[in-house]
Design a protein around this ligand. Structure first.
Ligand SMILES: *Cc1c(COP(=O)(O)O)cnc(C)c1O
Length: 498
């Protein structure tokens, strides 16, 4: 039998990969984890010659063992195509003694595209494999970025519809423009007169509504979520670490078997967990450098063994990392607890009720592969300016947090020899204002689009398609509703009522 997936809160609940993708969360609220991490038993010489798509196949087939070769190749080829603006998909850029792995060449110029471009295909294939006849309706509440990446991923994917709710007055003008101009006959974007929490609560209530589920089923639909804890988002993120390592070897930067560090700007802990899984597959990774912004709950956790979300929430220039509960950390906790679901469940219960938990000394010992640190807002801006002045290379605010933490790691440990890959999670064009003002204070007088052109000029990079589009694209979605109206808006879109 192939690899199975167990819940982090109850090891009796075991499902196949395709079932785990379909379900998203386990019944008990736990996350699905593979019952073992498969080995990356391929020669580095072979990997070194592979395209991104071929590498993806080698990684995915080891985790998604109930998919056929044909199914996997279909998913991979549908995802990693001309939606990406480079055939390399995830290029490596050498700047100032580190290797920036650019994960922002997809449709929304941020790293969520790496997983959200393949998830729709994994999901529809999983539905077919499990005799699900209904069309999948993705329901999401967004505070900005994830909604757009999900829309772009699901747009025009056969057998799916996607409905995104956002707070009408709670996202940036650019984020709103990105969403309301979304093409695709199966996409629906709705502003609500309320905040993000209300949008989120409204979506959760629809997921839990049995009567609505029955009506949906009758009409040939069922809900699913594109949540970041889905194993169908995690596994595709392992691919680019393997790919980056193989490219470093192919380019003669590292010798056979040489270890590299990986530095990751972290929020929900998905990206760095993928690197941890890659290491456990046998990829020679030395340190996993976990970088936080001023919401440094993870830094404190690595430093003290106590996870404590009871603190002030800080708004920073790296908003995708402004998170106090890193959901995917649960998968690491489960593992360092010796795959003990009961122990993990107790800790998660404590997080739920008290907002904190403390791990044992023994569990802390198992975290030696990680190094955690953070940068404050001033340091983050300095990193962007210094790198630009030294090399001409412009990085975004999230990537700058990782770069800054990598430099702290070097200074603290004296490890300047180990080659280091820094996950570059967003294009600087996505956070133009913060990036440009970090480079030079006088940019505060320019408009957003003037800044885009100026960034293109000083960084010597073309304005990405995703940005060009929103300058001119027509508004397609103009529905606005009250919070209470969310279910009826859904039914109207699905033509279940007039
Ligand atoms: C989501 C996101 C992150 C954080 O990634 P996690 O997997 O949630 O840790 C970092 N940078 C950017 C730009 C993101 O969009």
């Amino acid at each position: 039998m192939g690899l199975m997936y167990a819940s982090t809160r109850d090891e009796k609940e075991k499902v196949t990969a395709s079932q785990a993708i379909l379900k998203g969360l386990a019944n008990d609220g736990g996350l699905f984890v593979p019952t073992e991490i498969p080995a990356l038993d391929i020669e580095i010489e072979t990997l070194a010659g592979m395209s991104y798509q071929e590498t993806a196949y080698e990684v995915l087939k080891r985790f998604l063992t109930d998919f056929t070769e044909e199914e996997l190749r279909y998913c991979i080829d549908s995802a990693y195509d001309s939606k990406f603006d480079t055939e390399e998909i995830a290029p490596l850029v050498d700047a100032d003694g580190a290797y920036y792995l650019e994960l922002f060449h997809g449709s929304t110029i941020a790293f969520k595209d790496m997983a959200l471009s393949i998830l729709p295909y994994l999901l529809t294939t999983s539905a077919k494999k499990n005799q699900v006849k209904n069309e999948i309706v993705i329901l999401t509440a967004t505070s900005g970025d994830t909604g757009k990446a999900a829309l772009a991923g699901f747009a025009d994917v056969p057998g799916t519809k996607i409905i995104v709710f956002y707070p009408k007055h709670g996202v940036s003008p650019i984020q709103e423009k990105q969403m309301v101009t979304q093409k695709g006959a199966n996409t629906f974007v709705v502003g609500i007169n309320g905040n993000f929490d209300q949008a989120q609560t409204g979506v959760k209530q629809m997921f839990a509504d049995r009567q609505l589920a029955d009506q949906m089923d009758e009409a040939g639909y069922q809900f699913s979520s594109a949540n970041s804890i889905n194993i169908g988002r995690l596994v595709p993120q392992i691919v680019y670490y393997v790919y980056a390592y193989a490219k470093l070897y192919a380019n003669g930067v590292i010798a056979r078997g040489e270890s590299v560090n990986v530095a990751v700007p972290t929020g929900n802990f998905g990206n760095i967990l993928a690197a941890f899984y890659a290491k456990n597959m046998g990829l020679p990774i030395a340190k996993l450098i976990c970088a936080s912004n001023e919401n440094k709950v993870l830094y404190d956790f690595f430093a003290t063994g106590t996870y404590d979300k009871n603190r002030e929430f800080v708004l920073t220039s790296s908003p995708s990392m402004d998170i106090l509960i890193s959901s995917n950390l649960e998968r690491l906790i489960y593992r360092i607890a010796g795959n003990d679901a009961a122990e993990n469940a107790a800790l998660m219960k404590s997080l739920n009720t008290q907002g904190r938990y403390e791990i044992t000394e023994q569990m802390r010992d198992a975290l030696k592969d990680f190094y955690g640190n953070y940068t404050d807002e001033k340091e983050t801006a300095e990193v962007i300016r210094n790198l630009y002045e030294k090399t001409g290379y412009v990085i975004d605010t999230h990537t700058a947090v990782a770069s800054g933490v990598y430099h702290k790691y070097r200074t603290e440990t004296g490890d300047a020899e180990t080659k280091t890959v820094i996950a570059s999670t967003a294009s600087p064009f996505k956070f133009t204002r913060s990036v440009m003002e970090a480079i030079d204070g006088r940019y505060d007088r320019m408009s957003d689009f003037e800044l885009v052109d100026e960034l293109s000029r000083i960084g010597n990079v073309k304005v990405p398609q995703a940005i060009e589009e929103i300058r001119t694209a027509p508004v397609i979605h103009d529905t606005v509703c009250e919070v209470e109206e969310m279910p009826s808006v859904v039914k109207k879109f699905l033509k279940m009522q007039q």
